[in-house]
Design a protein around this ligand. Sequence first.
Ligand SMILES: C[S@@+](CC[C@H](N)C(=O)[O-])C[C@H]1O[C@@H](n2cnc3c(N)ncnc32)[C@H](O)[C@@H]1O
Length: 291
Amino acid sequence: MSKKSPAPDSTASSLTPSSNKMSEEGYLHGYSTIEQDRLKYQAQFTEQTIYGNLDLSGINELLEVGVGVGAQSEIILRRFPHIKITGIDQSDTQLGAARKFLESKSYAKDRFDLKQMDATNMDFESLMFDGAFICWVLEHVPSPERVLSEVRRVLKKGAKVYITEVMNHSFFLEPYSPNLWKYWMAMNDYQHEQTGDPFVGAKLGNLLLAQGYQDIHTQVKTWHFDNRQPEQRKRYIEFWTQILLSAKDQLLKANYIDQETLTMAQEELKQVAKDPNAVFYFSFMQAQGVR
Ligand SMILES: C[S@@+](CC[C@H](N)C(=O)[O-])C[C@H]1O[C@@H](n2cnc3c(N)ncnc32)[C@H](O)[C@@H]1O
């Protein structure tokens, strides 16, 4: 499906409550409490892979872009006790949940500041932060270039941006499940149509280079589970089922899938979970660049 052309003015105006509500309405995963809980589960479930070789220990003032419900912030504050996070998100709903979540953690006390802000048009002065962290956000924005340009503007010279992003083309599930693939492609189409990019991970090197970042590193991380790790495979199929279903309401509402496809896809997922020769495969990208 063709991608709508980015509308620069609409991103800037999404700071106003009414247009912000519009952006909340179209958002692929929605902002329900089920989704808020899913984000927390997702962050903890993937913590080892995402943070395994992520060293933020040299950073004091960290900007987190698209903070959501604070699920990544919680991990960062726990792992790096000297960091202070300034977290931004376009959604007041998410920020409210993030505030509540982080206030419940003693180690987060006085170490976070959350602001509603559009990542493509930030209110910050230039050269403010020692580092920036962006996880599962660039896939949802109409112009990842603008986000990376804004991030570069607010980073101090020599500071780094750390990005984690999807590569949805890499997803594979055995046995073959035709309705599930229909559903998955509908999910990618919808995200694309909402001016997001479900394949953005593979492009991070180019995007960082184009915005003038230096010393750029990219690393593909893969979850690949088969008969050698049946328990891990089971857990990842369950985890993936949650991700897939998080989009079902938006996809049904926008007529990207019908109820029958959804029901059949759910049935196929159950079959895959039971199959003795099932395979789960997904890769994503982690990238860094220096300002
Ligand atoms: C999938 S969630 C990820 C949240 C968090 N980074 C995590 O990993 O748990 C994406 C978040 O990006 C936010 N977002 C999307 N576009 C944005 C924009 N232009 N400016 C600020 N936040 C944005 C959404 O509101 C949502 O909370």
